[in-house]
Design a protein around this ligand. Structure first.
Ligand code: SF4
Length: 101
C-alpha cells in the first residue's frame, strides 16, 4: 500500500497499541492482521511502524489503515490478554479495546 488510508470513526483517524505486560503471546492478532501485528522473538506481540519495523517502545502506537479496521477491531475483541487498544489519534480516546466506553 503506497499511501495509507487511516481508519476513523466519524472520519477521525485511529491508531492502535499493545500493552505487552498483558500479552499472552498466543498470536491471534498476528493471524487476524499480520500487516499491523507481529510476534517478536520475545514471544510478545508488537505493532508495526510505517517501514514494517516492530515498535517496541512501551505504548508505541501505529495508525490503523482503513482496509484493516475490521481485522484490527476483531483482534482487540478476541485478544485473550485484553491488551489491544484502538484509539482516536486526535484526543487519544479509546474506541475499541478494554478501556473503550
Ligand atoms: S491477541 Fe493479544 S494476547 Fe494474543 S498475541 Fe496479540 S496482543 Fe498478545
Amino acid at each position: 500500500m503506497s499511501v495509507q488510508q487511516e481508519a476513523g470513526v466519524g472520519g477521525e483517524a485511529l491508531e492502535v497499541w499493545i500493552d505487552q505486560d498483558l500479552c499472552t503471546g498466543d498470536g491471534i492478532c498476528a493471524q487476524y492482521a499480520p500487516e499491523v501485528f507481529e510476534l517478536d522473538i520475545d514471544g510478545l506481540a508488537y505493532v508495526k511502524g510505517a517501514d514494517e519495523e516492530l515498535l517496541q517502545e512501551p505504548g508505541a502506537a501505529t495508525p490503523v489503515p482503513l482496509p484493516l479496521l475490521t481485522d484490527v477491531v476483531d483482534s482487540a475483541r478476541e485478544c485473550p490478554g485484553e491488551c489491544i487498544h484502538v484509539r482516536r489519534i486526535l484526543d487519544r480516546a479509546e474506541v475499541y479495546g478494554p478501556d473503550a466506553e
